[in-house]
Design a protein around this ligand. Structure first.
Ligand code: UDP
Length: 402
C-alpha cells in the first residue's frame, strides 16, 4: 500500500469483479466495482478489492496494476450457493481482519457492495476505526415490491435495515432508491447520496452498422439485441414472446448475449417459447461475450431491448446509447432514470410482449425516428462517464476520512 495515496478497501464478498460477465452472478455490479476502481486510481487512490475464492481465478492475489489488486480469501467452499453465503460472512470477516493485520495493511475508507459485504464492512470499519460506505445495488424491499415471483428472505430485509441504521454512508444509483431508503427504511437523508454510474466512452462508441454486421460475420438482417444475465428478473421470455407478435416485414433477428448454459427456469422457458412459436430461425443465443467485443454487437443492432421486471440501474442501456443504438426498455426505476420516453429511448409497460412488439415494429419501420432517438441517446450517454462517477464518489469518501 502506498502511504501518500488514499487507500481504499473494497468489499465484494459474494462475487469477484473478475468473473465472466453475463453469467448468473456476474453483471452490472462487477462492472461498477472494476470501472470505479480504475477511475479512482486516476484520482490518486490505491485499491484492494477483497472477495471470496472461486474457480475462475486460481491465484490468491490478482494484480490488476500497481494500484489495484483483487484479493481472494479462501473462506467459502465452491459449491455454496448465493442463498447460503450468509453463513460464511463471519468467517470471511475474521479472515479479512487477520489478513490486514498480518500484512500490516492500512486503509482510509471502506466501500462495501451488496448487503452481505455491507455486514462485513460495518464490522471491519469498527475494528479499524474508519468509515464504511455501502452500495446495495438491490434492496430486498424493492425486489419484493417489483417482482413478486421471487420473494427475498426476511433475514435479508432485516439485515438491510440494520445496515441502513449503522453504516456511515450509502450510495444509490437512482432517486427511487433514495425514496425507498427514506420512506420505507427511515434512512437519514444526509447519509444517502444519489450518484448514477457511468459508461466507458473509450470502449462504447458508434461504428458503421453494416460494417459491424460484416465484422461479426452474421446474417445481414436487422438485429434486435438482448445483453445481460439470464435471470428471471431480466424478463428474457417476454422479449422472446414479443418476437411472435412482430408484424415487421424486415425479417429481424434476436441475438441473446449472456450465459444460456445454466439450466435455470428462465433459459428453459425461453427455449420452450422458441419451440412453441417456431422462432428457431429468428432467435440466436451467443453465450456470454467479453465486454471488449460488445461494442461491435451494439453497433450491429438496430435496437437493444431491456425487457426487465426490475433494474436498479441498467448499464446495458447506457452502453447501447453510447453506441448510438436505440434502447427499448421497461418502465422500471433504473431505466426511467436514464431514458426519457420517446426522446432518447422508448419505455414500455413491464411484462407486456404485445406492447413491446408494437414498439419494435414502429422503430423498425421508421428509420428517421430510430436515428433521431439513437442520436439523443448518444448525447445523453456522453454526460455519464465513470470519471465523473468516480469524482463524485471520491468526494463522498474524502468527507468521511478523518
Ligand atoms: N455483460 C458483458 N457480457 C455479457 C453480458 C453482459 O460484458 O455477455 C456486461 C454488460 O456490458 C454490462 C453488465 O454486464 O456492463 C450488465 O449490467 P446491467 O447493469 O445491465 O445488468 P445487471 O447485471 O446489473 O442486472
Amino acid at each position: 500500500m502506498n502511504k501518500s495515496k488514499v487507500n481504499l478497501l473494497v468489499l465484494s464478498f459474494h462475487t469477484c469483479p473478475l468473473s465472466k460477465l453475463g453469467t448468473e452472478s456476474a453483471g452490472g455490479m462487477n462492472v461498477y466495482i472494476l470501472k470505479l476502481s480504475h477511475a479512482l486510481e486516476k484520482l490518486g487512490f490505491s485499491i484492494d478489492i477483497f472477495t471470496k475464492n472461486h474457480s475462475e481465478c486460481s491465484e490468491d492475489i490478482t494484480i490488476i496494476n500497481s494500484n489495484i489488486r483483487v484479493i481472494h480469501l479462501n473462506t467459502v467452499p465452491e459449491h455454496v450457493t448465493k442463498e447460503d453465503l450468509y453463513e460464511h460472512v463471519v468467517r470471511f470477516q475474521k479472515q479479512l481482519l487477520n489478513y490486514i493485520h498480518k500484512n500490516k495493511l492500512t486503509y482510509n475508507i471502506i466501500h462495501s457492495h451488496y448487503w452481505l459485504s455491507a455486514l462485513i464492512g460495518i464490522e471491519i470499519s469498527q475494528a479499524l476505526d474508519i468509515k464504511n460506505v455501502v452500495t446495495f445495488h438491490t434492496l430486498a424491499e424493492i425486489k419484493n415490491q417489483t417482482y413478486a415471483q421471487e420473494k427475498e428472505s426476511l433475514l435479508r430485509s432485516n439485515k438491510e435495515q440494520e445496515i441502513i441504521n449503522t453504516t456511515d454512508s450509502i450510495i444509490v444509483s437512482t432517486y427511487h432508491e433514495l425514496d425507498v431508503l427514506i420512506q420505507h427504511h427511515q434512512a437519514e437523508s444526509t447519509k444517502v447520496n444519489v450518484v448514477p454510474p457511468g459508461v466507458d466512452l473509450s470502449l462504447f462508441n458508434p461504428l458503421n452498422k453494416k460494417e459491424s454486421i460484416k465484422r461479426l460475420g452474421i446474417e445481414d438482417r436487422p438485429i434486435i439485441l438482448y445483453v445481460g444475465r439470464i435471470d428471471p428478473i431480466k424478463g428474457l421470455p417476454i422479449l422472446i414472446e414479443s418476437m411472435n407478435y412482430l408484424k415487421s416485414n424486415k425479417n429481424p433477428k434476436l441475438l441473446v448475449i449472456g450465459d444460456n448454459t445454466a439450466q435455470n427456469d428462465t433459459t428453459k422457458i425461453s427455449l420452450e417459447l422458441i419451440k412453441k412459436y417456431e422462432l428457431e430461425n429468428n432467435v440466436t443465443f451467443t453465450g456470454p461475450i467479453d465486454q471488449t467485443q460488445l461494442p461491435l454487437y451494439y453497433n450491429a443492432a438496430s435496437l437493444c431491448i431491456i425487457p426487465s421486471h426490475y433494474e436498479s440501474f441498467g448499464l446495458v442501456a447506457l452502453e447501447a446509447m453510447a453506441c448510438k443504438t436505440t434502447v427499448i426498455g421497461t418502465k422500471v426505476p433504473g431505466l426511467e432514470s436514464i431514458i426519457q420516453d420517446q426522446v432518447n429511448g422508448i419505455l414500455v409497460e413491464v411484462n407486456s410482449p404485445i406492447k413491446l412488439a408494437s414498439a419494435i415494429d414502429k422503430l423498425l419501420s421508421n428509420n428517421d425516428l430510430n436515428s433521431r432517438i439513437a442520436e439523443n441517446g448518444y448525447n445523453k450517454s456522453k454526460d455519464m462517464t465513470w470519471d465523473l462517477f468516480a469524482l463524485k464518489t471520491s468526494i463522498i469518501y474524502q468527507n468521511l476520512i478523518r
